[in-house]
Design a protein around this ligand. Structure first.
Ligand code: PRX
Length: 654
């Protein structure tokens, strides 16, 4: 059976991508992993593999059981006692590495700070003591709602130090989203700032906190960093300035000895619909998973300057800006603002200035840069870069190639990393010194991760498309949805009992490589063929005029569903004439007539969540001229109007 002849219930795999990129010889020669035994070793003794990784951390007391698995509930390193902030800070300082830079921080207006491990340990200890003074004790939940300033990392680590789980709420969320999360988590305090800088202007945060707190009975204290200097309202007895309380605290605060399975944090994931889920992560296993994947996937060395250009408010920031890199004693860049301020070369300016060696970002950002053209990167010296990473969505092969060519200058391996808020750590990814990469494929599961692709009956699909599953527990896995075990079991474990179902479609090629195909909820059914959004979007993006594309299925009398596509053109392309028809034909040629969109609409923008994921649900509403459903997770509400007013450009010549 060929890949395209699957049973109709699976997702059909149509896109063939044949370009191969072997690790550059020099890179491979000095890489942390350059021989494949690690996969076999981990598969032969999964618990032994993770125990070895966990042993690289400092434990106050050893665990008695590596894994206790009562599906779907795992305990990792039970009996072990550990503190995350101790592992991220104290042990490096104790080893004589206190003068190493932990963060090169750059504010959007251009202000900078250099923070060493010793500085960070002292700041975290002071903040931890301040939290105690505010009445926060081990087990109390603290909400954090801040811009990308060093105090955000300090606040998280201070919570971890005293055993107070944090829940970081992304600074772009509204007051209503903040109060929902505070109430669900029963948070006792909020740490915030007066505001943050975004595209050159101060934008208020404290004002949203004040509004949120009208409906949050559990909050007792608000700790406020002065960042922008804008006017704020003040509630005496509740609100406390950071600069009045924190700097005067003792710079020493003994870390709590936490149980391995104590809660480290909650992170709410809204997805594109429904009530946000409080994803619960615990301590020892989580830190083991993120430290190990950070070290091996990014091939971290002592002289690296690592930059995850994401927001700490997302899981990428938790695992790969704060906990993973600090556990490994890395030097990182932390940037407050947007990539286009004051101009589209801001990122490349930062890479040049700090001699960044590893860059990790999202395909949505790569496509935005691609839309602007390579000239912004070309005016900067990017020769320090040696490795590139991608996360958050399927990366279209053409975006991958653009990234590899213009940013990596054909010198840097690209690691496309698949994972989720729920998985806590990278699950499917190349190891850059070992894996031959294929543009658009996240390649193979990380050592110790037992992934598979199932058909609708739960039988493995050797080659072809189906449902991605994880068959064995892993240390950084979520331990539940806070306060809702029934939803946890139903959402992730009911579809294929005993197996974790992340909700994504994927296909496996003849080499065993995984190609992520988007959320299974977005799969379209055209004339009985189940087609993934990702492949058709990638085919559109492979046309030289296209910067970004999104497709949805809309009801069709003839074919059941028909493909409706939204296309953002590159900055210098004019969408007049026959371009719509040309694009439809292009898709037909690249992946076959079945995948040819029925309609193409040119649009200046796409509706996205605040983490950059396309909201196809809203696009379905727009394509069918329906009133819009829930738009609360939409990053920019004006986008929808902009798309609707561009509907004249729709082409439909069949
Ligand atoms: O659909 C997958 C997509 O993003 C989802 C997880 O989103 P979130 O919890 O916000 O975490 C994002 C950062 C880890 C996944 O279910 N996704 C993430 N990375 C990739 C991806 N899809 C394809 N390829 C990826 N590399």
């Amino acid at each position: 059976m060929t890949e395209t002849e699957n049973k109709h219930d699976e997702i059909e795999a149509l896109l063939a991508e044949n370009r191969l990129f072997a690790p550059p010889t020099e890179f491979a020669a000095s890489a942390r992993v350059n021989s494949p035994e690690i996969y076999a070793e981990a598969a032969a003794d999964l618990e032994g593999f993770w125990a070895k990784e966990a042993a690289q951390l400092d434990w106050f007391e050893p665990w008695h059981t590596v894994l206790d698995w009562q599906a779907p509930y795992a305990k990792w390193f039970d009996g072990g006692k550990i503190n995350v902030s101790y592992n991220c800070l104290d042990r490096h300082v104790a080893a004589g590495r206190g003068d190493r830079v932990a963060f090169y921080w750059e504010g959007e207006p251009g202000d900078t700070r250099i923070i060493t491990y010793k500085d960070l340990l002292e700041d975290v200890s002071r903040c931890a003591n301040a939290l105690k003074e505010l009445g926060i004790q081990r087990g109390d939940v603290v909400a954090i709602y801040m811009p990308m300033i060093p105090e955000l990392a300090v606040a998280m680590l201070a919570c971890a130090r005293i055993g107070a789980p944090h829940t970081v709420v992304f600074g772009g969320f509204s007051s209503a989203s903040l109060s929902d999360r505070i109430n669900d988590a029963h948070a006792k305090a909020v740490i915030t700032a007066d505001g943050g800088f975004r595209r050159g202007a101060p934008s208020g945060l404290k004002v949203n906190v004040d509004e949120a707190l009208q409906t949050t009975p559990t909050i007792e204290k608000v700790l406020v960093v002065k960042r922008t200097g804008q006017d704020v309202d003040w509630v005496e007895g509740r609100d406390v300035w950071w600069h009045d309380l924190v700097p005067s605290q003792p710079a020493d605060c003994p870390p709590e000895h936490m149980e391995s399975e104590d809660m480290l944090y909650l992170l709410y994931t809204s997805g594109t619909t429904a009530k946000p889920k409080g994803i619960l992560h615990t301590t020892g296993g989580y830190l083991t998973g993120v430290a190990s994947t950070h070290r091996l996937v990014f091939d971290i060395k002592d002289d690296d300057v690592y930059w995850a250009a994401a927001d700490i408010g997302w899981v990428t920031g938790h695992s790969y800006i704060v906990y993973g890199p600090l556990a490994n004693g890395s030097t990182s860049v932390l940037y407050e603002g947007t990539p286009d301020y004051p101009a589209w070369d801001r990122w490349w300016d930062i890479v040049e200035k700090y001699k960044v060696t590893i860059l990790y970002c999202a395909p949505t950002a790569i496509r935005a840069h691609m839309k602007q053209g390579p000239q912004f990167a070309q005016t900067h010296d990017l020769s320090s870069l040696r490795l590139l990473g991608s996360v958050g969505e399927p990366i279209n092969p053409e975006a991958w190639i653009w990234y590899q060519k213009y940013i990596g200058q054909e010198r840097c391996p690209v690691v496309d990393t698949w994972w989720q808020t729920e998985t806590g750590m990278i699950m499917i990814s190349p190891l850059p010194g070992l894996t031959v990469t294929k543009p658009g494929s996240a390649t193979t599961p990380f050592p110790g991760i037992d992934a598979d692709i199932f058909d609708h009956n739960g039988d493995p699909v050797e080659t072809g498309g189906g449902y991605l599953v994880i068959k064995k527990p892993w240390p950084a896995m979520l331990r539940g949805i806070y306060g809702d075990p029934e939803r946890y079991e139903r959402t992730y474990w009911a579809r294929f009992p005993g197996n974790y179902f992340p909700g994504d479609g994927a296909r496996r090629d003849v080499d065993g490589y995984y190609w992520l195909m988007g959320r299974v909820d977005d799969v379209m059914n055209v004339s009985g063929h189940r087609l993934s959004t990702t492949e058709i979007e990638s085919a559109l993006v492979s046309h030289p005029a296209v910067a970004e594309a999104a497709v949805v299925g809309i009801p069709d009398d003839l074919t059941g569903e028909a493909i409706f596509s939204f296309v953002i053109l590159k900055a210098d392309v004019d969408g007049n004439g026959d371009l719509g028809a040309e694009l439809r034909q292009h898709v037909g040629k690249v992946i076959g007539p079945i995948a040819r969109p029925k309609s193409v609409m040119f649009t200046p923008d796409l509706p996205k969540t605040r983490s950059g994921k396309i909201m196809r649900r809203l696009l379905r509403d727009i394509a069918q001229n329906r009133p819009l459903g829930d738009t609360t997770t939409l990053a920019d509400t004006s986008v929808v109007e902009a798309i609707r007013s561009s509907s004249a450009a729709a082409s439909d010549d069949e």
